[in-house]
Write a new protein. Structure first.
Length: 280
């Protein structure tokens, strides 16, 4: 199943801007949408998972998945989630043809014909990996949240099984269980290494929140109108045909009014898009 890839569609942008693809091309609008996605991710300090494609694998190799029905290069940079039996893994798509998805690193469990998969688009990379200082406590807060999947955790070179960690996903809190291989986040420099996936992911609708979608559409519409303004300098506004005279609306003036109205609506939504844990 394929869906609209980005946080909003080009139709959403054209509707808000009151223009069509004959005025600003779909290719340009898609660029504006991606810029607006990065903008809203920065504002809300997270990213959003938008389902772009889902199906069943044909087979797999160490670092790829074989399937059918894809558009070449469409999913580069997206996230693929593969479920094989009881195993669920996430990877970044590095390349795709119509039948093959290549990923950034090897699978733990190689996909097969029973594996199902979903490909998600995110405005910014939803994977965090790095090393930080420990504080001697048994609880720590991750820099990015909501937490989707704690892939691995190492404390002072000791691997901790993720299922031995309590995960408070909405706030990015992880707490070591009594069964964990290490009892605390050792108080020392650079002792904690974590690898995890994060972002806002609606498990039921697999789409982005309405306010986020609307904000992206409006910002992309504003970019489209500003792009259009540059082409109005030689537009005809008054014409004469024999004894008949007529005039058209001043293009720049009309666009300016549209920009003002959209700016007000953008600012209204912006007040609600503060930080993820204050919004949801």
């Amino acid at each position: 199943m394929a869906t609209t890839k980005y946080y909003c569609s080009t139709s959403d942008v054209y509707r808000h801007a009151g223009i069509g693809s004959s005025v600003v091309s779909e290719a340009n609008v898609n660029e504006f949408i991606q810029e607006a996605e990065a903008d809203v991710d920065a504002i809300t300090q997270t990213t959003y998972w938008k389902l772009a494609h889902s199906s069943t694998a044909v087979s797999g190799t160490t670092a790829s998945l074989e399937t059918t029905g894809l558009t070449a290069d469409e999913h580069i940079g997206n996230v693929i989630k593969v479920t094989s039996g009881s195993s669920t893994e996430h990877r970044i798509v590095t390349d795709n043809t119509s039948t093959t998805v290549s990923v950034d690193r090897s699978w733990t469990t190689v996909p097969n014909s029973t594996s199902t998969y979903q490909i998600f688009h995110c405005g910014t990379p939803p994977y965090s990996h790095g090393t930080t200082d420990g504080d001697g406590q048994y609880t720590m807060y991750l820099d990015n949240y909501p937490l989707i999947d704690l892939e691995s955790l190492t404390i002072d070179s000791t691997s901790v099984t993720p299922s031995y960690v309590y995960q408070y996903k909405d706030v990015g809190q992880i707490t070591l269980k009594s069964s964990a291989e290490y009892s605390n986040f050792k108080a020392d420099y650079q002792t904690v290494n974590s690898n995890y996936w994060f972002g806002v992911k609606d498990e039921y609708k697999n789409t982005v929140p309405l306010l986020v979608r609307k904000y992206v559409a409006i910002v992309a519409a504003l970019m489209s109108l500003m792009y259009q303004i540059g082409g109005t300098y030689d537009d005809v506004t008054v014409f004469k045909l024999g004894p008949m005279e007529g005039s058209l609306g001043e293009p720049y003036t009309n666009i300016r009014e549209a920009v003002l109205k959209l700016t007000l609506e953008r600012d209204r939504i912006l007040k609600k898009l503060i930080i993820y844990n204050h919004l949801y």
